[in-house]
Design a protein. Structure first.
Lengths: 173, 444
């Protein structure tokens, strides 16, 4: 991705994040037009109809998706992860006490220190996407492990693709 | 030299846990695989004759001449005559038959002997001769305890190297590197220090979390490194002699790529506390930070010019990672590398004329050398692997240490700066990575 697109995308995500942030700071949420469960969200406790609770993290198919994969040297979110961004952002809105650590990772190619930067960039991309979907920045932390925490240790494309990832880790549910 | 040797030995004894000794002993027992990969026709032929033990007590368990020969071979500048080809084995100048060594086409000849110096010490007496001129170039003696005989041999190789080539030898130096064993939650990491040929490995730090990017202080007493033991990356400086350590950077975001300034008073490092990885210089006395870069892009891996005025670093501000240079006090940066789509992990020779990098092209990453000593910059490729990284110059720039992958395992290689001789240092079981060549062990 060239710099111009990156700047534009960042600007877009920032705008979206700002647009949504007011809403998520308010508790209870008065409900607006962007949430997946439109109109009904008047309370953020787990008892509210349509709101996520901690059990959903283990049972809900969308919320169980906790790994976001990236293309080589890229930090752009692939379209197939938009649904996951929306449901995790909704969870954050439904559960203001929830906290997520976004663990950014890179494959083994290239320098370890540069890959720390790349992992952080990917973590930031997921953070921006969650905020664009209404999650609060205060609920999100990014940590980069670079290429130090591979899930797969062979030197081939299949393996590298599994390692270029951000793991969504709930540090508070 | 022996007081400083004793100090090193004493220090290691104090600071290391028993387990470290056990694993070090194991690694040493297994030895390291010497693997001269390429030949060098222009290398100077030298015969280092085995040095007999002429004492009455137990003989030293180190083959001093063998260590000297291996050092000189590894440099690429010399070609040691194999012991089997030596038809005579003189141990002093008076025993030398010059026609024999001329017939064997040797330019230089090293002879010597080991004698008992009492109290568990040995005295090594050796001489270096120019075969053509039939002239003695060196005649020296060194006394050391039996445990320090490898140090003696490395210093002999340094003296021979300097006498013949006029360049200070860098065999009596140490290297630092990271080892990793296991994967996932069972992983174990260690920051190690060893002799320049990989022998005498010693554990400096162990951690269940990743360790990376060791950097030597210019006096060789401290190592800066990155540890994930606090969950996020943070930078520590550890005194190798006392074992004491200090947390110097643990900001939000990345704390990485530490690099001591040549005067040892400052540390260049990468921090992303502003939201983006930038290069900073920390005054180690006051801990005050000066920001060097301010760019939308990843800026990392700073390394200093010998005069401390310039920082070389990796930046992807132009789209892909390339090496840039900037004044250590900040200001604009200029791009240094233009060949190759990926250049990172710069290491700069002491004279600033050569820069080695990990150069990537597609799925292949190799060590490449940029020589700026001639009019136009000239590139050469020094390694044949596919995932070679982390180059580190010897203090005399004669060799470069780097990490390579073989199967699932990381190994270290030492390659001569002309790329013609490579040696694999097989240091231990598990994954070995991120070598950093330490400074000279004595100041001049």
């Amino acid at each position: 991705m060239n710099t111009t697109t990156r700047v534009l995308l960042t600007a877009l995500l920032c705008t979206a994040a700002v647009a949504c942030s007011k809403k998520v700071k308010e508790v209870p949420n008065t409900g607006t037009d962007t949430g997946p469960s439109t109109g009904n969200v008047t309370d953020t406790t787990s008892t509210a109809p349509g709101a996520y609770g901690p059990n959903d993290l283990d049972t809900d198919a969308c919320l169980r998706q906790r790994v976001v994969y990236f293309d080589l040297d890229q930090d752009a979110l692939r379209p197939e992860f938009q649904a996951a961004m929306a449901c995790h952002a909704k969870y954050l809105r439904d559960r203001p006490s929830a906290r997520i650590s976004l663990e950014g990772n890179a494959d083994e190619r290239g320098s370890r220190e540069y890959n720390l930067g790349l992992g952080e960039r990917r973590g930031n991309a997921v953070s921006s996407a969650l905020q664009a979907n209404g999650g609060s920045g205060a609920q999100l932390a990014v940590v980069s492990y670079g290429e130090e925490r591979p899930t797969c240790t062979e030197s081939n494309e299949d393996c590298w693709a599994k390692n270029r990832r951000v793991e969504i880790v709930y540090t508070a549910k | 030299m022996s007081p400083s040797l004793r100090r090193f030995a004493a220090v290691f004894a104090l600071l290391l846990p028993i387990a470290a000794f056990a694993s070090a002993a194991l690694a040493q027992e297994k030895g390291l695989e010497i693997d001269i990969v390429g030949g060098n026709a222009s290398a100077l032929p030298i015969a280092v004759v085995p040095m007999p033990y002429q004492g009455s007590g137990a003989a030293p368990d180190i083959d001093v001449a063998g260590v000297v020969r291996a050092d000189l071979d590894r440099s690429g500048q010399f070609r040691g005559l194999p012991e089997a080809s030596m038809t005579e084995k003189p141990s002093s100048g008076g025993e030398i038959q010059y026609p024999t060594w001329r017939l064997l086409k040797q330019d230089y000849l090293v002879v010597g002997r080991v004698v008992d110096a009492g109290g568990g010490s040995y005295r090594v007496e050796y001489e270096l001769f120019d075969v053509a001129k039939q002239e003695r170039l060196l005649g020296l003696a060194m006394t050391a305890r039996s445990s320090a005989m490898r140090d003696v041999a490395h210093q002999m190789a340094d003296a021979i190297y300097e006498k013949v080539l006029g360049v200070r030898g860098a065999f009596w130096t140490r290297i630092a590197y990271i080892t990793a064993v296991g994967t996932g939650k069972g992983s174990r990491y260690a920051l190690m220090v060893a002799d320049s040929d990989g022998f005498n490995p010693q554990t400096v730090v162990r951690s269940p979390e990743p360790l990376l990017s060791p950097s030597w202080s210019p006096d060789g007493r401290r190592l800066a490194y990155v540890s994930f033991e606090r969950g996020n990356s943070s930078i520590y400086i550890q005194d190798i002699t006392t074992g004491s350590r200090e947390l110097v950077a643990s900001f939000r975001g990345i704390n990485g790529a530490p690099s001591f300034s040549p005067d040892g008073r400052r540390l260049a490092l990468t921090l992303s506390r502003s939201g983006n990885p930038e290069i900073y210089v920390m005054d180690l006395g006051s801990k005050a930070l000066t920001q060097v870069t301010n760019q939308f892009g990843i800026d990392t891996e700073p390394t200093w010019s010998a005069d401390g005025g310039t920082l070389y670093f990796t930046s992807d501000r132009g789209g892909r990672p390339q090496i840039y240079q900037a004044s250590a006090s900040g200001g604009g940066a200029t791009r240094v590398t233009f060949q190759g789509s990926y250049n990172a992990s710069a290491t700069v020779s002491f004279d600033g004329k050569k820069i080695a990098v990990a150069q990537g092209s597609g799925n292949v990453y190799r060590i490449a050398l940029l020589d700026r000593s001639l009019g136009s910059p000239r590139w050469s490729t020094l390694s044949p692997g596919s995932l070679d990284e982390s180059p580190s110059f010897a203090p005399n720039a004669s060799m470069i240490l780097y990490a390579a992958r073989e199967g699932r395992r990381g190994v270290l290689y030492a390659v001569s700066a002309d790329g013609r001789v490579r040696q694999r240092l097989v240091l231990a079981d598990g994954d070995v990575r991120e070598p950093a060549w330490g400074p000279y062990r004595t100041q001049r």
